[in-house]
Design a binder for this molecule. Structure first.
Ligand code: ATP
Length: 283
């Protein structure tokens, strides 16, 4: 997890909610999701496809005096790609750490209806909640193939099938199967980190900043990979600073700034939001 301390921006809170309503964009602030739904219109932005695979209510996290998350409400439905976008220090990694059981929180977070705080992080992995962290957590002195196999340590069934899926997704990994992970390029290491996460047979894959520091040509590979992961039926939560990338893949987007959601909605609508355009999409 990053410990960058960028403060994010409070400017979004100055935006006119009436304008947001006209645009069909929820200006979330600290409002409960029900009021956000009312602002936004459920039909447009929130597919109601039954029980959420992941749901947070009033999620709060502090590190001592530092308040990282200030009461978040959100949900992720089976099969969706949901993006959490925001600048450095907004709280994206903290959100991913909290919902995957790695950081203590207040409020409620349920994965498949079970409170995350009541499960160990390894039990959550066994239940298919897999977190691919910003730092990638690879074993640098082990080969690509061994790193992948370690991803499957809790699910030994169908390992060959999953490895084949990963190699189809990122052929470079098969070409470099015997290479030590630490000698791979940044982009290749990111593919390996995602590949290893997929070896764990995820139902819900949390991807924290998968594009960080990657060259455009590698972004295309990661882009294709995410679409194929979606096609394979995996639900994805994508924490991203690269707003253009996130908008290209997400079914729904939450904008996190300074520990609060400032906007939420579908990409088509958010692209038209003046604040998002000016602050994140280059005007
Ligand atoms: P980045 O994109 O830079 O990784 P982020 O959106 O993921 O940022 P977080 O890493 O979750 O943001 O950080 C949110 C806030 O919490 C920041 O102010 C950060 O300094 C603080 N923070 C994160 N981890 C810790 C920690 N272990 N101890 C103290 N403060 C922390």
């Amino acid at each position: 997890m990053s410990t960058d301390s960028g403060s994010g921006s409070d400017d979004a809170s100055t935006r006119d909610d009436a304008a947001a309503s006209r645009d069909g964009v929820a200006s979330s602030g600290n409002a409960p999701s029900s009021s956000a739904d009312a602002t936004r219109g459920r039909d447009d932005a929130t597919p109601d496809r039954g029980d959420a695979i992941l749901r947070a209510e009033d999620l709060r996290v502090s590190y001592g005096e530092v308040v990282a998350l200030r009461g978040l409400d959100f949900h992720v439905e089976d099969g969706e790609i949901v993006a959490i976008i925001g600048p450095n220090g907004a709280g994206k990694s903290t959100l991913a750490d909290a919902v995957s059981g790695h950081v203590a929180y207040e409020g409620r977070v349920s994965y498949r209806g079970r409170e995350v705080a009541d499960e160990s992080a390894s039990d959550l992995v066994s239940q298919g909640l897999i977190h691919c962290t910003e730092t990638r957590d690879l074993f640098g002195y082990m080969s690509v193939a061994d790193n992948l196999d370690l991803g499957a340590y809790r699910h030994r069934d169908d390992v060959d099938e999953r490895r084949e899926f990963v190699y189809d997704l990122f052929p470079t990994l098969e070409d470099r199967a015997d290479q030590n992970a630490r000698t791979m390029s940044g982009g290749e290491q990111q593919m390996l980190a995602i590949g290893r996460a997929l070896m764990s047979d995820p139902d819900l894959l949390l991807l924290d900043e998968p594009t960080l520091g990657l060259a455009p040509v590698i972004l295309d590979d990661i882009s294709d990979g995410i679409e194929q992961i979606r096609d394979a039926g995996v639900t994805v939560v994508l924490c991203e600073q690269n707003v253009t990338f996130a908008m290209d893949h997400a079914d729904r987007v939450y904008l996190l700034e300074n520990g609060r959601f400032e906007r939420e909605g579908v990409p088509e609508t958010l692209r038209g939001d003046e604040y998002i355009r000016d602050a994140y999409l280059g005007g």
